[in-house]
Design a protein around this ligand. Structure first.
Ligand code: C5P
Length: 402
């Protein structure tokens, strides 16, 4: 299923001089694979690092390198190229290119086109790449601040190893990171102005310092939901149990371990959000006491310790029962009678919407199939990758919020 926000978009990709140019070859491949068209233009500096032949082969379009290119009938590449683009991406953006853009210069094809574009129809995204001293220089910082003030979006840079052998800020984002940021930028903003709180992952209920009770939830569905909500323009807070997943771009993350910690993190935030999506697989019970020291087997003594358990608070039901609750979406992982059990859960917890899935065929997997149940009835979202499903869920949710 292709639901990438990049599908059908036309990207004007302007490369300026920098060793990070090789990452843009990979980015172009990702964009084309996602169904975007990519028109590359390169400054003379960019061509010192990677050739127009490479970029033409990857983008499947002739590359523009010269403002005096006689190919366009009207000889105005700078006008034509920016008029047909959904956005202009300058990557890598050298310190010199950033200075030229900040000043509104027009002495090469890239700066000329950036100046000639319709600023509201063709937004400018800039991906800096340079040595740390060049990035930290007050002149560059002044130019970047000016670009932002003029409405440009600046992606990165990050800190890390640099081609010059130094370590610090100025390293360009990786191809996949730029690709994901573009997806966020272009996604329809159905949740603009909304704040969305998401729980994700399992909880871990300690028995002693080395053992505990947990479950197979990977957090992938919840992280995909948080990502899709952010793509749709929401301000997203993600309360995550113990998982090894990267935080989606633009999402604020709070890490917790136990159900009680998740409860304490969620409750004060719930009323500050318009939507609460509880995807976490919260442990129903926890050991009544957590032992300070590891429980030891006693030599010669048969039998096993009895672990006494106490019920955890139901986070979702508590939020849904608040005087002015956010719009609450529950998840129900069942092993049989999916619709029946999920609907019973929805009514019991007083939720406007519940999302049912079969536990054994979702935990840890990259794909899933969902059944949405609300007052109006049921809607099936057939098996697909979790991010595609999350995007569909967010689209369904935003319809219900209207
Ligand atoms: O009752 P059950 O655990 O199956 O309900 C699942 C839904 O309730 C999920 O949305 C889950 O995140 C939420 N839940 C919760 N706190 C609990 C147990 C479940 O928020 N203690």
């Amino acid at each position: 299923m292709t639901t990438s926000p990049l599908h059908g978009k036309h990207i004007l990709l302007a490369m300026t001089g920098g060793i990070a140019g090789y990452k843009i070859a990979e980015l172009t491949r990702l964009l084309v694979k996602a169904g975007a068209t990519v028109q590359v233009m390169m400054t003379e500096g960019a061509q010192q690092f990677i050739t127009p032949v490479t970029m033409q082969a990857l983008s499947n379009r002739p590359v523009y390198t010269d403002q005096w290119d006689a190919r366009p009938d009207n000889n105005m590449a700078h006008i034509n190229l920016s008029r047909e683009a959904d956005l202009m991406l300058v990557a890598p953006a050298s310190a010199d290119a950033i200075a030229a853009l900040a000043q509104g210069r027009a002495d090469d094809l890239v700066s000329l086109t950036a100046l000639a574009r319709r600023i509201h129809d063709c937004p400018l995204l800039v991906v800096p790449a340079m040595n740390r001293e060049m990035w930290a220089h007050p002149a560059t910082q002044r130019n970047i601040a000016q670009l932002r003030a003029d409405g440009a979006t600046v992606l990165g840079p990050v800190s890390g190893d640099q081609a010059c052998g130094e370590i610090g800020d100025g390293r360009m984002l990786e191809a996949l990171e730029i690709f994901e940021e573009l997806g966020v930028f272009l996604a329809p903003k159905a949740l603009a102005g909304k704040r969305v709180l998401v729980t994700a992952g399992p909880t871990f209920e300690p028995i002693d310092p080395v053992r505990g009770i947990t479950n197979h939830s990977s957090g992938k569905m919840g992280f995909a939901v948080a990502r899709a909500a952010a793509e749709a323009g929401a301000e997203v807070t993600l309360v995550a149990g113990p998982v090894h997943l990267d935080t989606p771009p633009g999402v604020k993350r709070i890490d917790v371990q136990t159900a009680q910690q998740m409860f304490k993190a969620v409750l004060p935030l719930a009323t500050q959000h318009e939507v609460f999506i509880a995807t976490a697989a919260v442990a129903d019970w926890r050991p009544t006491t957590t032992h300070d020291q590891k429980l030891k087997k006693v030599e010669g003594q048969a039998g096993a310790p009895t672990i006494e358990m106490v019920e955890n608070p139901d986070i979702l039901a508590t939020v849904a029962a608040l005087a002015r609750p956010p719009y609450c979406v529950g998840f129900a992982a069942e092993s049989e009678k999916l619709a029946e059990h999920a609907e019973a859960k929805r009514l019991r917890k007083k939720l406007p919407l519940i999302v049912a899935n079969l536990g054994p065929s979702t935990f840890g997997r990259d794909d899933n199939a969902l059944l949405l149940i609300d007052d109006q009835g049921q809607r099936e979202l057939p098996r697909a990758d979790k991010l595609s499903l999350a995007r569909e869920l967010i689209a369904e949710l935003s319809k219900r919020l209207r």
